[in-house]
Write a protein that binds this ligand. Structure first.
Ligand SMILES: Cc1cc2nc3c(=O)[nH]c(=O)nc-3n(C[C@H](O)[C@H](O)[C@H](O)COP(=O)(O)OP(=O)(O)OC[C@H]3O[C@@H](n4cnc5c(N)ncnc54)[C@H](O)[C@@H]3O)c2cc1C
Length: 445
C-alpha cells in the first residue's frame, strides 16, 4: 500500500511536532519552512511548555475559549509531554501555580528544535528551508492534492500530496490583517514574534472557503517599552513588562482603563484599544524591587526591566514624590493633573480596602503606589501570536463555512484559532496537542 504523503507548512513548534508525529504514524512527510532554518517563534520563546492542569482550571484561566477544543487541549497535554520525553526531548518539570502544569525545555528551545529536526530527517523526512507554501492545490475529486511552494523567493514549484497541515504560526506579522481585526491603533503594535508569520496559512485556506474561528479580534502578547525604544528581537523577554499586573496603568488621559491584576496579556489587549495604543505603567519601590527586577530563570537572562527599557529610549521617569512623577510624565504628553488624581484615588482605595469598588475595579494585587522612589514607564503592546485563526475540529481538520471538514486540510498551532480567547494558557501547548492530533488523523484517514 502507498504511504500517505503529507506536506506540513511551517517548521516552528506545531510544524516540528506535526512532522515527527505524522512520520511516526506511517506517512511520508515534507516539512516546508519559509525562513532559512526551522524554529519560528519557538526559537525566541522562553521554552516554557505549560497548560492548565484541569478543564476547570482552563475555564477559569480562559473563560471564553472553545469548550470542546479546550477539553482536548488539557486532556491530551500529559500524553504529549510523555511522547516528547520518549523521543528524547529534555523537559524539566517546574513548580509554579497550582492551576497549571509546567515544563521547561532544557537547556532551551534551541536544543528542542535541533532534536526534533534531526529526528525528523534521520527518520527519512524532507525538510525544505527558504521554502514558503503559497497556494493549495485542489483535485477533481474535491480534496486537497498539493501545495505550491516559492523557493528562495523565486521559483515556484508544486508538491503533490494527500494532505496539507498548516502550521505557519498565525498572522501577527501581517499589517493589513492586523488593521482588519485589531482596529484603529493596530499599526502601533510591536511585533513580538518571528517576522514570517504573515497569515499565509489563513490566506491559503480562505481560497477553499475555510471558516474563521472565534477570537478573531484577540491576540496574545505582552507590554513592551514604548517607542522610541526598539527592543532587540533576540531579547524580547528581558524587556517584557510581565509585572504590569502588579502596577497601575493609565492611558494618555491619565485614566485607568482596565483591572491590571487580570494579567499582563489582558492588559496588553486593553492598551491596544487606548489612544495611540500607549499607556504608562506606574509602581513604587516595593513593586520595582519585587517584580520589575528579575533574576535569570525560565530560560531568560536577569534583567532590570525599568532601567534597561529607559536605556533603550522609552519614555520613563523616577521621582521621590507623585507630584514630581506626574510632572515628569507630562513632558511625555501625559496630563499630569489627571494622572495625579488617578493615583491619589487609587491609593486611597487601597488604604480603605475597597479597590474592587473603583469605577475600574482592581480585584487582586492591591499594591499601593506609596513607597518612594516612584517609577513611570511608557508601554505599548507587543503582539506574539493571534488567538483567532482557522476553525478546526478536534482532529485538527479545517472546517469550511458550512461547518464541514475541508477534505485533506488541517491546521495546528497558532494557525488554528479559538482555543484561547482574550486570555491565554500557553502557546507551545497548542502546537503540541493539535499538531499530534492533526498528524494522526491525516496519516490514518
Ligand atoms: C519572546 C517570546 C517568548 C515566548 N515564550 C513562550 C513560553 O515560554 N511558553 C509558551 O507556551 N509560549 C511562548 N511563546 C509563544 C510561542 O513561541 C508560540 O505560541 C509558538 O511558537 C507558536 O507555534 P506555531 O508553530 O504556531 O508558530 P511558530 O513557532 O512561530 O512557527 C511558525 C513557522 O511557520 C513558518 N512559516 C510562516 N509562513 C510560512 C509559509 N507560507 N510556508 C512555510 N513556512 C511558513 C515561520 O517562518 C515559522 O518558522 C513565546 C513567544 C515569544 C516571541
Amino acid at each position: 500500500m502507498r504511504l500517505p504523503r503529507i506536506v506540513v507548512a511551517g517548521a516552528g513548534m506545531a510544524g516540528l511536532v506535526t512532522a515527527v508525529a505524522a512520520q511516526e504514524s506511517g506517512a511520508e512527510v515534507v516539512l516546508l519552512e519559509k525562513g532559512p532554518a526551522p524554529g519560528g517563534s519557538l526559537a525566541l520563546s522562553g521554552g516554557t511548555l505549560w497548560c492548565a492542569r484541569t478543564v476547570d482550571d482552563l475555564r477559569r484561566l480562559v473563560p471564553r475559549g472553545d469548550v470542546e477544543l479546550g477539553r482536548v487541549l488539557v486532556e491530551d497535554f500529559p500524553a504529549g509531554v510523555e511522547w516528547l520525553v520518549a523521543l528524547g526531548v529534555s523537559l524539566a518539570p517546574l513548580k509554579t501555580l497550582p492551576d497549571r502544569t509546567v515544563y521547561l525545555m532544557e537547556p532551551g528551545p534551541g536544543a528542542f528544535i535541533t532534536h526534533m529536526a534531526e529526528r525528523f530527517q534521520s527518520g527519512g523526512g524532507t525538510l525544505l528551508c527558504n521554502s514558503a507554501a503559497t497556494e493549495l492545490l485542489w483535485s477533481d475529486e474535491g480534496e486537497v492534492s498539493g501545495v505550491c511552494v516559492r523557493i528562495n523567493g523565486e521559483a515556484r514549484q508544486s508538491i503533490a500530496c494527500d494532505r496539507v497541515i498548516l502550521t505557519t504560526g498565525g498572522f501577527q506579522a501581517n499589517p493589513e490583517m492586523l488593521s482588519r481585526y485589531f482596529g484603529r491603533w493596530s499599526d502601533r503594535l510591536i511585533l513580538r514574534s518571528n517576522p514570517r508569520s504573515t497569515g499565509d496559512g489563513w490566506q491559503m485556506a480562505q481560497a477553499l472557503n475555510a471558516a474563521p474561528s472565534r477570537a478573531m479580534g484577540s491576540f496574545y502578547g505582552h507590554l513592551l517599552p514604548a517607542p522610541p525604544a526598539q527592543v532587540p528581537t533576540h531579547d524580547f523577554i528581558a524587556y517584557t513588562q510581565y509585572h504590569s499586573e502588579q502596577g497601575v496603568l493609565v492611558n494618555l488621559r491619565g485614566e485607568r482603563f482596565t483591572d491590571e491584576s487580570l494579567g499582563d496579556e489582558t492588559n496588553t489587549q486593553a492598551v491596544a484599544r487606548q489612544p495611540e495604543a500607549l499607556a504608562v505603567l506606574l509602581y513604587d519601590d516595593t513593586v520595582y524591587r519585587t517584580y520589575a527586577v528579575r533574576l535569570a530563570g525560565g530560560g531568560a537572562r536577569a534583567s532590570d526591566t525599568f532601567y534597561e527599557s529607559q536605556a533603550l529610549g522609552a519614555p520613563a521617569a523616577v521621582a521621590c514624590s507623585l507630584e514630581e512623577l506626574a510632572a515628569a510624565m507630562q513632558a511625555h504628553d501625559l496630563h499630569g493633573s489627571s494622572l495625579l488624581a488617578t493615583l491619589r484615588e487609587y491609593n486611597q482605595a487601597v488604604q480603605d480596602q475597597r479597590t474592587a469598588g473603583l469605577v475600574i475595579p482592581r480585584r487582586a494585587n492591591p499594591n499601593p503606589v506609596s513607597k518612594p522612589p516612584f517609577y513611570a514607564l511608557g508601554v505599548t503592546p507587543g503582539i506574539t501570536f493571534t488567538l483567532g485563526g482557522l476553525r478546526i475540529n478536534t482532529d485538527g481538520q479545517v472546517l469550511d463555512r458550512g461547518g464541514y471538514p475541508i477534505p485533506g486540510l488541517y491546521a495546528a498551532g497558532a494557525d488554528a484559532g479559538g482555543i484561547h480567547n482574550e486570555r491565554y494558557a500557553g502557546g507551545l501547548c497548542l502546537g503540541l496537542v493539535f499538531g499530534r492530533r492533526a498528524a494522526k488523523h491525516a496519516a490514518s484517514h
